[in-house]
Design a binder for this molecule. Structure first.
Ligand code: BMA
Length: 895
């Protein structure tokens, strides 16, 4: 069994002075925590850690991701566990006067005891806890005990003691999950999801330290920095700084300095525990922060000091955010829903983010960096942090700031109704105050959303319950998302630096008219929409609704054979319908749906070799997913211009797409475009292509017309996001699959400069086919290339006039003719073909992690060179280790 990505925490210093204040911290993170279930299992391990990762490193269990670990290890989370740490304290520390014990994150329900003193309990993994510690509780030799209750038992107990049933009580049985997850403030998907396992980890998952100070006055602390807005009249940025600590008898002099700029400011104030100081930064001192693809991402360090001693600092970026929801001209119903950043409307190209492992302690910062870089490389400008997961660690947001990946940030509530008793609401309120304060300095976060799909779930349940029960349920919803969450956001961000939507999907501002509980939160004329349909032809553009903003849509695909080999070494598991694959397919009938979708458009494998068949089916599911996402993306981008709104339906002005889902939590059939171990599926290469800033879209109307249909038209559009003006060549050819030579060639010039959609040409399909000598649709297809001036490769676009399964395929005899190292991270592969080849898929079997410059492409020339880019430096490249596997659609048709 291979296992990569296990982070190693090394804590070099045990005691350190906290910058700028006279406090001393004793770090308790690191090795030598004893973990025990009180009977059979005892192990020593490291914190941050959870029972699974600690027992694994003590070699007492297998990797939980191996085989059926998700169900076979389930009893671990039904038990109580104690984490114990022995540590000593020096006299100097014991002579200090005030003490606190701090946990960045505890997962989840625990009682905390230090020596003979009970300090308190925890009930949310989304809050940092600080307990005050009496001097009498501290000794030279100390024992810290954190006693965890089973999260599953806790959720059940809470559900039983609540005065009514909260739906859904349990996940669908195909998920092998746990029940009542809405009763515990813990990663919702840790009780299972339709793409993830139920490991429901137990443990200490952040830093732990004991702090002592030599004063009765709490140290000054920088709680948050928030860039609020820019005044268009004065060109001055308003920046709110929240500080706490100190005492109300002292006058404090604060200095603020924006590093590497000429701007600074100081003020002297008296305050009681908390204060917000508003800074005014003239815009001449700073450059704008832009989303990926629109400009640079300059970040500035704001240093806050008191009497020349630095308190703390934050990196900030200067950008304005508006979520524009305005009326259209007369006769057009609904409102717009789009992001305007620095006054520029931005079409959102993105995806949805889920936790990248069930055990966050084994997610390295490099893994996060590579995932977000993969999003950037795919031309994305936004990710949605989905509400069934977690608030990510600080480093995640730092990467997003640096890469220009905007974040639509849900709060962690998903696909469920929730309890609303006082204790629960108080817990939630503290969570929102803590998380918004922690995160609001990040320019990447451009929107807060109350939850994932809960307004939709509410609409569903209110339809199936007796009428008299409906309003109370709606009141519960408002209590949580409007009067608790929205109110808490406004408390920490009183100047409204970012838009808030109560739910995703919702009808945006319009939802307030239905008191935030719409009958149909999926109205295509307002707000955002989640759209799933696994039974239609997902390659047919007309099958998709035309909405204002598509924040979720997608289909499943299978991860690569290497990924399956990481979780089982038994060949019987490497089968499309093996018990292992079925166990990890958490979406009911998911395998059957994928088969249906493949069958509709693609040839089915004919081989008798079971491993070859499995590999080919994986390949086909990935083609299906890639083509599906490209179809939706083309559909959304084509419908983006406001002047293309259909006056009869008011539909159009689609200003964003975030497909479901970017990444994986484990190795399974899912909607992701990147596999658990970071390999890009074909969909991710297609995302990179379909999201390119200058892009051609071809469309045949009616879809898959016959060559005899005199009304059929073939449209060529140019979608442009470039703001600088250039002229680009477009070359279109009609081709067939039996030879490389084109049957017809047409050339155009398109100009950039004003973002929008331009109709380049429209052909009478019957005529075009006749002139190209194509007597049936399945003889021909069309290729259009967009060639930039300069040395960038042309962007090639293809339209099939028939389903790929209806084309005659010829053996391309694909082969690698040269392998050449270009740099320490790049290798060029030159490939030859005898005939055109469809969906050419390149794969390296040596386990090196990286991505190709292009993949899943169609080859219409006898030779092409593709570059593989490794995430890490490759030394001593021996080309023998770079065995390139090449597959094309033709292979599927071979016995
Ligand atoms: C949406 C998401 C997720 C889910 C996905 C696929 O409902 O919000 O809850 O995993 O679809 O079913």
């Amino acid at each position: 069994m291979t296992y990569q990505g296990f982070s190693v925490f090394i804590y070099l210093s045990f005691i350190f002075l906290f910058s700028g204040s006279n406090s001393t911290r004793i770090t308790l993170t690191g090795d030598n925590w004893l973990v025990s279930n009180g009977s059979t299992l005892r192990a020593t391990g490291a914190v941050p850690g959870t029972i699974h990762t600690i027992l694994l490193s003590a070699k007492m269990i297998d990797d939980p991701y191996w085989g059926f670990g998700d169900t076979s290890m389930r009893s671990l989370i039904y038990q109580s566990w104690t984490f114990t740490k022995n540590f000593s304290l020096q006299v100097d520390f014991l002579n200090l006067t005030q003490f606190t014990l701090h946990f960045d994150q505890i997962d989840t329900v625990s009682n905390i005891t230090l020596n003979e003193c009970f300090l308190g309990n925890t009930s949310s993994m989304f809050i940092a806890y600080t307990f005050s510690v009496q001097r009498t509780c501290l000794h030279t030799d100390n024992v810290l005990r954190v006693e965890f209750m089973s999260p599953v038992t806790y959720a059940l107990n809470q559900a039983i003691s609540y005065n009514k049933t909260v739906q859904p009580t349990c996940p669908s049985s195909v998920q092998h999950g746990e029940c009542h997850v809405q009763f515990i403030r813990k990663e919702p998907c840790s009780f299972s999801w339709d793409w993830g396992p139920a490991f429901a980890p137990i443990g200490i998952t952040g830093n732990v330290y004991l702090e002592g100070i030599n004063s009765s006055v709490p140290p000054l602390q920088l709680d948050s920095v928030n860039v609020i807005s820019q005044s268009s009249a004065t060109k001055v940025w308003q920046v709110d700084v929240r500080l706490s600590g100190g005492d109300n008898t002292t006058m404090y002099k604060f200095d603020f300095q924006l590093k590497n700029t000429a701007w600074s400011f100081n003020t002297t104030v008296r305050f009681n525990q908390k204060i917000t100081i508003t800074l005014s930064v003239p815009d001449k001192h700073v450059q704008l922060w832009w989303p990926n693809g629109q400009g640079d991402q300059p970040l500035y360090e704001l240093i806050v000091s008191n009497n020349n001693q630095s308190i703390d600092s934050r990196f900030i970026g200067f950008r304005t955010v508006e979520l524009v929801q305005s009326n259209y001209s007369d006769g057009i119903n609904g409102t717009s829903f789009y992001f305007r950043i620095n006054s520029r409307p931005i079409f959102i190209k993105g995806s949805n983010w889920i936790p990248s492992d069930s055990f966050q302690e084994r997610v390295t910062n490099e893994k996060l960096e590579q995932l977000l870089t993969s999003a950037k490389l795919a031309n994305m400008n936004m990710l949605r942090i989905w509400g069934g997961g977690i608030y990510e660690r600080d480093y995640f947001y730092e990467i997003a700031d640096r890469l220009g990946i905007m974040l639509w940030h849900d709060f962690m509530f998903a696909c469920s109704l929730y309890p609303v008793d006082d204790a629960f609401l108080l817990n939630v309120r503290n969570e929102i105050l803590y998380q918004v304060e922690r995160l609001q300095s990040h320019p990447s976060i451009v929107l807060w959303a109350g939850n994932n799909e809960n307004e939709m779930i509410l609409a569903y349940y209110t339809k199936i319950i007796p009428p008299e029960e409906r309003e109370p349920l709606r009141n519960d919803y408002r209590k949580l998302y409007i009067y608790t969450i929205m109110a808490a956001v406004a408390e920490v961000d009183p100047n409204g630096s970012r838009p808030f939507v109560p739910s995703s999907p919702s009808n945006g501002l319009e939802s307030a008219k239905e008191n935030y509980t719409a009958q149909n939160p999926q109205d295509p004329l307002f707000g955002d929409v989640h759209y799933y349909n696994y039974f239609m032809d997902t390659w047919k553009p007309d099958n998709y609704p035309i909405v204002r903003f598509m924040s979720e849509t997608g289909v499943e695909s299978m991860p690569s054979i290497e990924t399956w080999q990481q979780v089982s070494n038994s060949t019987k598991d490497w089968n499309f319908r093996s018990a292992l694959v079925q166990n990890r397919e958490h979406h009911g009938n998911g395998q059957e749906e994928m088969m249906l979708q493949i069958e509709r458009n693609l040839p089915l494998p004919v081989t008798n070799n079971t491993l070859t068949k499995f590999t080919q089916l994986i390949y086909l599911t990935q083609i299906n997913q890639a083509m599906t996402l490209k179809t939706v993306s083309d559909h959304c981008r084509l419908n983006s211009p406001v002047d293309m709104i259909n006056p009869n339906t008011s539909q159009g002005n689609t200003m964003g797409l975030m497909y479901w889902q970017l990444n994986d939590i484990w190795q399974a059939p899912t909607w992701s475009s990147i596999e658990y171990e970071l390999k890009w599926k074909m969909a991710h290469y297609y995302a990179r292509h379909m999201y390119s800033p200058g892009y051609l879209v071809m469309k045949l109307t009616p879809y898959l017309s016959s060559v005899n249909d005199p009304t059929a038209r073939l449209w060529l559009y140019y979608v442009n996001e470039f703001v600088n003006s250039t002229l680009n060549d477009v070359i279109c050819t009609v081709n067939s699959l039996d030879k490389f030579d084109s049957r017809m060639i047409m050339t155009y010039t398109v100009s950039t400069g004003s973002p929008g959609v331009e109709l380049v040409d429209v052909w009478i399909y019957a005529l075009l086919m006749e002139q190209s000598g194509c007597s049936t649709s399945n003889q021909c297809l069309m290729l259009c290339s967009l060639c930039y001036l300069g040395d960038q490769p042309c962007e090639q676009q293809t339209i099939f006039f028939a389903r790929p399964k209806d084309y005659q395929l010829y053996n391309p005899n694909l082969r690698t003719i040269s392998i050449r190292q270009r740099s320490s991270t790049e290798i060029d592969f030159t490939i030859n073909a005898d005939n055109p080849a469809l969906f050419v898929w390149l794969d390296l079997s040596n386990g090196v992690s990286g991505y190709f410059s292009s993949n899943g492409f169609h080859m219409f020339e006898p030779e092409i060179t593709v570059t593989f880019k490794s995430w890490t430096s490759l030394t001593n490249i021996d080309s023998a280790n770079f065995d390139l596997r090449i597959t094309s659609l033709y292979d599927v048709t071979k016995p």
